[in-house]
Design a protein around this ligand. Structure first.
Ligand SMILES: [Zn+2]
Length: 424
């Protein structure tokens, strides 16, 4: 008997490759404590579609024993799915491991592409054949005309048909052969293309709020697979889970906490810009504002954590909002540039209005502008450790209004493409 904890990452088709990563428990043990085919095992497992899956819903958990009790099975005898059946063999009692089944997605896609190419090639060849038939008919007509002319002249001179027939055959041959050569060249070109070039993929744009959308629930489920936050100076494991997920979400801002001002006083002192950092408009290429939080130490005297002292801090937005769609709510963090788009005023102006009780109506007006608007959010999800607890933190990197007409066209295009290829 073996109590092991198993995280199973898989998708829906035939297996190509299996990776077993043990992350807890003993790796050395007595032979009797090592799993072998035919053993009766008890374990917990969680099965999730990998983020790289093209056929399944990435990040989707499709099964788990958690909350149901330990799962008992005989291993290595085909009672569980391939991969799981092989991946446990050799592990020690109490081991926890991630089984990652890399599936045949790319091969399946290549086959589909090859079929589509074959079909389009057949169509083109057919078209050329039809064209060839027309050319043949034309050649026949030309030859008949030539024959008539030759026959006429022959009839006049010698009265024989031999040369007429030869001339006709020669002209016919020449025309048909020219067309055939073109047809074969075209066929060869298609075959070459089929071998070396993949089918053009649907263009995907980076950045902005274009691209495939997910529901809040899908986003959250996918983000359960996020790896730990990256450690400074430590290389990322390219085979490990992603540290950042980016998703487009169409949602409504459902809550704007107003118990705290959504702005902070920041340090306006200029500091050297880190290499590779993005430059804000109106700033020198080599300098940027410090932007650290400042605290007031006296009238017209503020100091930041870096020790800069200023008379007038710059206010910047730093707010939490709750966004929701028909599936779930998410708490998101919004920084200055994006928040400005929501509030419609600079953080300095917002602060003045917020702090002046006589401007309450104006403040309500601004909040009204933010709340209950349907928007497209580009979300960045990252794990962070807060008071020893890991949690996922969301940032809004970009926002734009929903373009319903453009959306409709995109969806129609997808429906048409699906119909054309006979897939669903
Ligand atoms: Zn500073």
């Amino acid at each position: 008997m073996c109590s092991s904890d198993l995280v199973l990452l898989a998708a829906a088709q035939a297996a190509d490759e299996l990776q077993v990563k043990q992350y807890e428990g003993a790796t050395e043990c007595e032979d009797g404590d090592r799993v072998k085919p035919g053993d009766q095992l008890g374990m917990h497992y969680t099965g999730t579609i990998d983020a790289s899956s093209k056929s399944g819903t990435p990040g989707k958990q499709f099964d788990s024993s958690r909350g149901r009790g330990v799962f008992d099975t005989k291993i290595g005898v085909g009672q569980v799915i391939p991969g799981w059946d092989q991946g446990l063999i050799g592990l020690c009692k109490g081991a926890k491991a991630t089984l990652h089944r890399v599936l045949n997605d790319t091969k399946v896609n290549a086959q589909t592409k090859a079929k589509l190419l074959e079909a389009s090639m057949a169509k083109a060849v057919e078209k050329r054949a039809a064209h060839l038939a027309t050319v043949q008919a034309k050649a026949e007509a030309v030859c008949a005309k030539a024959a008539a002319v030759v026959a006429k002249s022959k009839a006049v001179t010698e009265g024989t048909d031999k040369e007429t027939a030869d001339a006709k055959a020669a002209l016919y041959d020449k025309l048909v052969r020219a067309e055939s050569a073109r047809l074969f060249a075209l066929k060869a070109k298609y075959e070459e293309f089929q071998k070396t070039r993949p089918m053009p993929m649907r263009a995907s744009t980076q950045g902005g709020t274009t691209g495939a959308r997910k529901t809040a629930q899908e986003v959250r489920e996918e983000d359960m697979q996020l790896g730990p936050p990256p450690v400074m100076g430590q290389a990322l494991d390219p085979n490990g889970p992603k540290a950042i997920h980016r998703n487009i979400l169409q949602a409504t801002i459902s809550l704007l906490p107003t118990d705290r001002m959504p702005c902070y006083a920041s340090c306006p002192a200029l500091v050297a810009r880190a290499a590779g950092a993005t430059q804000q408009p109106g700033q020198a290429a080599t300098e940027r504002a410090c932007q650290k939080k400042v605290t007031q130490e006296g009238p017209n005297m503020w100091r930041c954590l870096n020790g800069h002292v200023c008379q007038n801090p710059t206010f910047r937005y730093l707010c939490k909002m709750q966004v929701m769609d028909h599936t779930e709510c998410l708490e998101v963090n919004v920084f200055d540039a994006v928040a400005k788009q929501f509030f419609g005023v600079e953080a300095d102006a917002y602060t003045r209005i917020y702090e002046d009780p006589s401007l309450e109506a104006q403040l309500q007006q601004i909040h009204k502008r933010v709340l209950w608007r349907r928007q497209l959010f580009r979300l960045r999800a990252q794990k962070e450790v807060w008071q020893d607890v890991e949690r996922v933190r969301y940032h809004v990197d970009d926002v734009s209004s929903v373009a319903f007409v453009k959306d409709g066209r995109e969806m129609l295009k997808e429906v048409k493409a699906a119909l054309a290829t006979g897939q669903n």
